[in-house]
Design a protein around this ligand. Structure first.
Ligand code: NAI
Length: 344
């Protein structure tokens, strides 16, 4: 029976893997800690490893895993910016879950915007305290406003449809526009200039790192809303904080944060957090932070568990790896697969 080690696990994802355990016949070992060069030492005796978004899969981690004879790492997420693919190539096959529910993330993005705009989080707190005043809760009609979407892949396109349902004007920027999507594509600068709301749905790459920075914010409309459910480092958090303080940015919805790996998914309610930028952002009345939970629906969790275990089964059955990523796939979107339909 193959032994699989899961890192950074929480009760809400374990239940879905446990439900499928008998079907796949693997033995599971759950670790609460994140995977990194130190915790990889716990993998001796395992046949495969499952990692998540904030695990550190750098050269050291890869060398430790491959030293234990482990040849398969299954990411139970779509993004893979936390993997050193150059170091992994030839040693560790990396598979991922390319899509589990674009609806979950797109719907969460809209939920955040509606909350920020109509201040339902504040109204909820007030009425619980029998405070029925509506002073300070004024929002704006979403109808007729322009939303700029950066990245129109699976999530960005679902989000575009949701926005169209609200009667919004949808414009988008993507270096690889979706054909026949009916989406109006514009240059990035134009998107910055025209949008009332900007929502990020692109992966973290060299090109998208700090795509929202001081200069970009400078050309945006006064009072623009920024929404990030993609990866934290697309936004220069210091620049965002300054722009919110100056009133240039009217509000921000952040499900991801560039320094999230040490904080998100954990309970620090009894601790003084040392990240002043995040603490100040959270303290702003027009900023809503959720801790990387946009994916968190039953449907997405079930799909993540199924695809992850199917990815592992393909590996152990000696089959081609449908969802493998290597440095070539990651950079160019495809690679010269070997005869056995694996990257190496
Ligand atoms: P996808 O791969 O289907 O689409 C990404 C799109 O971004 C593609 O159309 C691509 O051409 C575009 N893109 C690439 N470089 C770009 C650039 N420089 N500027 C603008 N667009 C660019 O990915 P999907 O499934 O739509 O996911 C998008 C991102 O959402 C993921 O990369 C991941 O980081 C994030 N995500 C966040 C989750 C959460 O819980 N908050 C859950 C799942 C994904």
């Amino acid at each position: 029976m193959k032994k699989i080690g899961f890192f950074d696990t929480k009760p809400y994802d374990r239940i879905w893997f446990d439900k499928l355990k008998d079907k796949y016949g693997f033995e599971f070992k759950y670790f609460e800690s994140k995977l990194n060069g130190d915790t990889a030492m716990m993998c001796n005796g395992l046949d495969g490893v499952v990692a998540f978004v904030n695990d550190v899969i750098d050269e050291r981690t890869i060398d430790v895993l491959s030293g234990f004879g482990i040849k398969i790492l299954a990411l139970r997420c779509a993004g893979y910016n936390n993997v050193d693919f150059k170091a992994a190539f030839g040693k560790l096959h990396v598979v991922r879950v390319p899509a589990y529910s674009p609806h979950a993330v797109a719907e969460h993005a809209m939920a955040l915007i509606l909350t920020l705009n109509r201040k339902t989080h504040r109204a909820y707190m007030r009425t619980r305290d029998h405070n029925f005043s509506i002073n300070g809760l004024t929002g704006f009609d979403m109808y007729g406003k322009t939303v700029g979407i950066i990245g129109t892949g699976k999530i960005g396109r679902v989000f575009a449809d949701i926005c169209k349902g609200f009667g919004m004007n949808v414009i988008a920027y993507d270096p690889f526009p979706a054909k026949d999507s009916g989406i109006e594509y514009v240059e990035l600068e134009e998107l910055f200039r025209m949008s009332d709301i900007i929502s990020l749905h692109a992966p973290l790459t060299k090109e998208t790192y700090h795509i929202i920075n001081k200069d970009a914010i400078g050309i945006m409309k006064d009072g623009v809303y920024l929404v990030n459910t993609s990866r934290g480092a697309l936004v220069d958090s210091e620049a965002l904080l300054n722009a919110i303080r100056d009133g240039k940015v009217g509000g921000a919805c952040l499900d991801v944060y560039e320094e999230e790996s040490e904080l998100f998914f954990e309970d620090y309610s009894n601790v003084v957090i040392k990240d002043d930028t995040l603490a100040r952002l959270i303290s702003m009345p027009n900023v809503i932070v959720t801790s990387h939970q946009a994916f968190l629906t039953d449907e997405a969790l079930r799909n993540i568990a199924e695809t992850t275990l199917e990815n592992l089964k393909e590996f152990f059955d000696g089959k081609g790896l449908t969802n493998e990523v290597c440095y070539q796939c990651a950079k160019y979107g495809k690679c010269e697969k070997k005869e056995n339909e694996r990257c190496f």
